[in-house]
Design a protein around this ligand. Structure first.
Ligand SMILES: [Zn+2]
Length: 470
């Protein structure tokens, strides 16, 4: 076969003066007779390498009866291969089908470069795995890059993750290292009606266990999974006050100290106190005929539940944007004004409303309490918060007082076990990102494996453009 071309204008030419006579393909046994181009279903150019498959020294004994098999026919097969930039490629060839003359059992010639279970080459399968392992691309993007269907990419990814994180009998791998602090939390699954629970190593952020449901049973199953020797090394577990995970740990492993972390306490305060007080106040103002003040409270949930630090940051960002876009028609001036002055508005709300002012004090006091590394000052802070709640006589704040009182020991334990809220928040963000990217991942098992994998790499928020920074 002659691969030397002298008439190729603008084409890559493979000559015998180099070691490679052909484009390296790793398609062992494939003999390329002709090459043509066609179109894929989506209209992309497909380079088709056609040819045949060399016979190898396969054992042709029938596996059923031991008779030597004969050639029956030569059916064709097409396998999608690596893309060349924007072009797709496939290899098309015939292979031999053998038949047993005695029991009519048939067998297909073995193709060493065909990925098991898929109509694609091993090389393409490997390339998809490499792209998936980057963690940079969504399945949709990989499907676009490789010309494969989204479901094919998903099934390759699932198999890849199963190999990495599950044992041959389909169970999650056991943690390889001991953990000192655990974190347990529940999250909503794709449809928002069902829940799942994850248990993480608070120091590494790795998910150690993930299962459907939000029941104590998840904790029992986890303890059985890791074994009592492993759980002996655990000192504390961070959890939400409004869950019964803490009881499950106390039942099975009384040596583990439950700790109620900052992330959840603030979440409870914002969701069950600030939001409710705001709604009540708005109603009261309407009833009193103070329509203007009631309107001012509308749409303030974000402002009231954010920390002062966040508001200051938002204002600074908006100010920065104003500088960048000065004279640019991209953003209208009023747009930018609307997106600044958060802190100013916050202070105005506090001036106008005594109860909101108390909430602000409590929020700041909570942050202070959770910065303590000694249980004594922390318990003083918490007690003074409880007093402040009590003094208002407000039903929602009285509820919060009871919540603090009922979980006092686990709250002040935070001073001893410095458990950062960042890991819990990080996992929550990852779950949200993944749920968005995957359009809901209706396959729970796949979703869990994805999370398991994602917790083992650094979280990348949409990288900020550095265009304006220098
Ligand atoms: Zn046979």
């Amino acid at each position: 076969m002659d691969y030397i071309r002298t008439d190729a204008d603008g084409q890559l030419t493979l000559t015998q003066s180099t070691d490679f006579l052909m484009i390296p393909s790793c398609l062992y046994g494939f003999v390329n007779d002709s090459t043509s181009t066609g179109r894929s279903a989506s209209g992309r150019t497909v380079i088709r390498f056609s040819g045949s498959l060399q016979a190898d020294n396969e054992d042709l004994t029938c596996r059923c009866c031991g008779t030597k098999m004969h050639v029956n026919n030569h059916p064709g097969i097409t396998l999608r291969h690596l893309p060349f930039g924007g072009y797709l490629s496939d290899v098309s060839f015939t292979r031999t089908q053998y038949i047993c003359p005695k029991c009519r059992n048939t067998r297909m010639q073995y193709v060493s470069f065909k990925a098991t279970g898929h109509r694609i080459t091993v090389e393409l399968y490997q390339y998809v795995c490499d792209l998936l392992a980057c963690g940079t691309y969504t399945n949709k993007e990989i499907a676009e890059l490789t010309g494969l269907g989204k479901n094919v990419v998903k099934s390759i990814d699932k198999a890849r993750l199963q190999e990495l994180y599950t044992t041959p009998d389909g169970k999650l791998i056991k943690p390889t290292e001991y953990a000192k602090f655990l974190g347990i939390d529940e999250f909503k699954l794709h449809n928002g009606h069902r829940y799942a629970t994850h248990i993480i190593d608070m120091e590494t952020g790795h998910i150690l266990w993930i299962a459907g449901g939000k029941k104590k049973q998840v904790v029992y199953d986890f303890i059985e999974h890791v074994g009592l020797e492993w759980i002996d090394h655990v000192e504390a577990v961070a959890c939400d006050m409004n869950s019964d995970f803490q009881e499950a740990f106390e039942e099975k492993c009384p040596h583990i100290q439950p700790v109620f972390d900052y992330f959840h306490i603030v979440k409870n305060f914002n969701d069950k106190v600030v939001s409710e007080v705001r709604k009540d106040e708005q109603r009261r103002l309407y009833e009193e005929g103070n329509i203007e003040a009631a309107r001012a409270l509308k749409k303030t949930k974000y402002i009231l539940t954010s920390s002062r630090e966040t508001l200051q940051k938002k204002d600074a960002d908006a100010a920065q944007e104003r500088v960048i876009h000065k004279g640019s028609s991209l953003f209208k001036t009023e747009d930018i004004v609307r997106r600044s002055g958060y802190e100013e508005r916050y202070d105005q709300l506090l001036r106008e409303n005594q109860l909101l002012f108390t909430l602000d004090l409590i929020k700041e006091k909570l942050a202070l309490a959770y910065s303590r590394t000694d249980e004594c000052p922390m318990s003083e802070d918490i007690i003074s918060i409880m007093d402040m709640c009590h003094a208002t006589g407000n039903a929602h704040l009285l509820w919060f007082e009871r919540l603090l009182s009922n979980h006092f020991e686990g709250i002040i334990a935070h001073a001893t076990y410095d458990i950062s809220a960042a890991k819990i928040e990080g996992i929550n963000n990852k779950i949200k990102t993944l749920r968005r990217q995957g359009y809901g991942y209706p396959d729970d098992e796949y979703f869990f494996l994805k999370l398991f994998d994602m917790s083992r790499r650094d979280y990348v928020r949409n990288p900020k453009s550095h265009k304006f920074c220098d």
